[in-house]
Write a protein that binds this ligand. Structure first.
Ligand code: ZN
Length: 345
């Protein structure tokens, strides 16, 4: 009897307005079906997997499959996601990247560990100023530009000087580790830097230190821009990445496979020969519909493609770009993403 009654009470509590329990406490995924009965929070399946590895601080239970004692339900009622957010996220620095449900595991795991295990954002913590947070020194594995292998390098990040330096030191091959892609512009060219570290904490700390340095730079450069407008500019946000095939400007050239990244903020479709390339091969600016930009799921007249695969034509005022997608699903995803940029103001 209690079993069913308690389950109903618990699910009611998960849906209760004003508790924040209807979204995962750690990644925001709607409809969490799991909970940490030690922390008093409702979480999604993926985050529950991370909590399971932290028995010192968390204890995972399924809302639907496990038995819940009345006292535990009372505990959940007295705590919950909003309560936990106020406690464990009291002092999250503005530049700190809070992962969402589509983000990779290393970011999510370190966010959960930083909150509950290390208590990095508790109210009692003294906030680091972004300038000192944006300075860091250490070893990372860097992917060589010419010889395509990872080499151990000493990196120095200085927010005060606004630079990221690395030094050639040891040369070793890479084993299993966590990666970070840094995309930046140097002399008008887009450059990718790929770095790795064996420890997930180390790579996420680097990631946030780079964000802190960039935040510090933006604060000084644009002192009058309000913070909510500054934060999205901290890192490039690629709304879509993946392979497509493209032809040349005459549209008669052979199609070549390229790696594409769509940057909605800068309104650019950037392409690389390989996903890990340091420099981009080219980029296409994507304007608004009323400026003559359009996406179509068919070919321009006079262009024919031998392969029976879905295509995309990106119409710009200067030329039409033709892309071949791997399958119908990819074609739809790319068209939706491109249309999203074209319709955005
Ligand atoms: Zn989650």
């Amino acid at each position: 009897m209690d079993y069913d009654r308690n389950k109903a009470l618990l699910l009611e509590l998960q849906r209760a307005a004003g508790t924040g329990n209807d979204r995962c406490a750690d990644c925001g995924e709607p409809g969490p079906e799991w909970a940490s009965c030690k922390l008093g929070i409702f979480i999604c399946l993926t985050c529950s997997g991370i909590h399971r590895n932290l028995p010192e601080i968390s204890r995972v239970k399924s809302l639907r499959l496990d038995f819940w004692e009345s006292s535990l339900i009372e505990f959940m009622r007295n705590h919950g996601n909003l309560w936990a957010k106020a406690k464990y996220e009291a002092k999250v620095p503005p530049y700190y990247y809070i992962p969402k449900s589509r983000d990779c595991m290393v970011l999510r795991e370190q966010w959960i560990r930083a909150k509950y295990e290390r208590g990095e954002f508790l109210d009692t913590r003294v906030c680091q100023d972004p300038c000192s947070a944006g300075s860091r020194e250490g070893c990372l594995w860097k992917l060589g530009k010419v010889r395509r292998q990872f080499q151990k390098r000493q990196f120095v990040l200085s927010a005060r000087e606004g630079v990221m330096k690395y030094y050639s030191k040891e040369v070793e091959k890479i084993g299993h580790s966590h990666g970070l892609q840094i995309t930046y512009i140097t002399d008008g060219q887009i450059r990718n830097l790929f770095v790795y570290h064996e420890s997930g904490k180390e790579i996420v700390d680097w990631f946030n230190a780079i964000r802190a340095a960039r935040y510090h730079y933006l604060r000084i450069t644009f002192p009058n821009v309000p913070e909510p407008e500054l934060i999205p500019r901290i890192t490039r946000s690629f709304v879509k990445e993946g392979y497509m095939e493209k032809t040349g400007p005459k549209q008669k050239e052979a199609f070549k496979v390229r790696w594409f990244c769509l940057d909605s903020q800068e309104r650019k479709l950037i392409y690389f020969k390989n996903p890990l390339d340091a420099f981009a091969q080219g980029q296409v600016y994507i304007g608004r519909r009323d400026e003559g930009y359009e996406v179509r799921g068919d070919l321009p007249q006079k262009v024919c493609v031998k392969k029976k695969k879905p295509v995309i034509t990106l119409v710009t005022p200067v030329r039409e770009f033709v892309f071949i997608c791997e399958n119908d699903r990819k074609q739809k995803e790319w068209m939706d993403a491109l249309n999203g940029v074209i319709t955005q103001l």
